[in-house]
Design a protein around this ligand. Structure first.
Ligand SMILES: NC(=O)C1=CN([C@@H]2O[C@H](COP(=O)(O)OP(=O)(O)OC[C@H]3O[C@@H](n4cnc5c(N)ncnc54)[C@H](O)[C@@H]3O)[C@@H](O)[C@H]2O)C=CC1
Ligand SMILES: O=C(O)C1=N[C@H](C(=O)O)C[C@H](O)C1
Length: 266
């Protein structure tokens, strides 16, 4: 039995995963973190019947009060780093779903995981269809050295670029760095209009009402174009299967792995 604690277990993504863990025969949901529902029973908040699953307001209290094997973080970048580092220092393995963490944050996470002989699986997007988009984009980037990323989201998404876009930029940059035809110094006009430069990949974030979450890798060659795009629906259900797989697999290695495909077979 894998004992799981979910930070953000009452949120939009975390509540779907909480239900998934609760119904999984190989896992026990032993606690959750939520500022709003601190002191309540997750079983009541999410209608699990009478199950008693305590909700804590902060990670220090959870670490004192309950025993768990894996922390899943589905909060926000400002709070996630504290949760992750505290757990690693106490010998817990961590699955990161929260977006907005930088490459510098991941360097610190990797160092702490290594020092404490623990493991971290960070997944920009747990949906299997997005894992496929990552794979297809990597295949294309091998042959086409000209690409940019567009990240679309709802108007109130607080982090930009999305975790999915960050992970994709990181991965594509490992395949090859895209050509830069006009350097920042040569550019005339608004430099920001070219988007953020992440690992030498241009990333453009759109935040608008009426949009859910989409990600698009666009490629260009002389007289031809290729777009690889994923569009999410309104529910958080597509992230559950991948989240459960990550919880299962995080203890099978040591250190930091990024991307769900790192624990999948292709
Ligand atoms: N990797 C992936 O596949 C996915 C990642 N996400 C990411 O997960 C994160 C959460 O997204 P949502 O569920 O939409 O957000 P949400 O706002 O619905 O939920 C956030 C949760 O974190 C808790 N929280 C926030 N601040 C806290 C604090 N200081 N102490 C304790 N608990 C705190 C809230 O109580 C709530 O339960 C975001 O970064 C989002 O981008 C979301 C969906 C899929
Ligand atoms: O905020 C969201 O909703 C989501 N965030 C993640 C991201 O930043 O990529 C994953 C998914 O896109 C949903």
């Amino acid at each position: 039995m894998i004992k799981v604690c979910i930070a953000g277990g009452t949120g939009w993504a975390g509540s779907e995963l909480s239900k998934g863990v609760f119904n999984n025969p190989n896992m026990t949901l032993v606690g959750a973190l939520s500022r709003k529902h601190k002191g309540e029973n997750l079983g009541d908040v999410l209608n699990f019947g009478s199950a008693n699953i305590p909700i804590f307001g902060d990670i220090e209290t959870a670490l004192k009060e309950i025993d768990f094997d894996v922390l899943v973080d589905y909060t926000k970048p400002t709070i996630a780093m504290k949760n992750i580092i505290s757990c690693l220092k106490k010998g817990k393995n961590v699955v990161i779903g929260t977006s907005g963490l930088t490459d510098e944050d991941y360097s610190e996470i990797e160092k702490t995981a290594d020092e404490n002989n623990t493991s971290v699986l960070a997944v920009g997007n747990f949906a299997i269809t997005v894992v496929l988009l990552q794979k297809f984009s990597e295949m294309a980037a091998k042959y086409i050295p000209n690409f940019e990323i567009i990240d679309y989201a709802h108007e109130d998404k607080i982090d930009a670029p999305s975790g999915t876009a960050r992970e994709l930029a990181y991965r594509l940059s490992k395949v090859q760095k895209p050509n830069q035809y006009v350097t920042e110094e040569e550019l005339i006009g608004e430099k920001a209009s070219r988007g953020a430069n992440l690992n030498e990949v241009q990333v453009h974030s759109v935040r608008l009402p009426g949009h859910v979450i989409s990600i698009e890798t666009i490629f260009g060659l002389k007289d031809e174009k290729l777009s690889i795009r994923h569009d999410s629906g309104a529910s958080a259900e597509p992230y559950v299967k991948g989240g459960l797989l990550a919880i299962e697999k995080v203890s099978t290695f040591k250190g930091l792995k990024r991307g769900l495909d790192s624990v999948m077979e292709f």
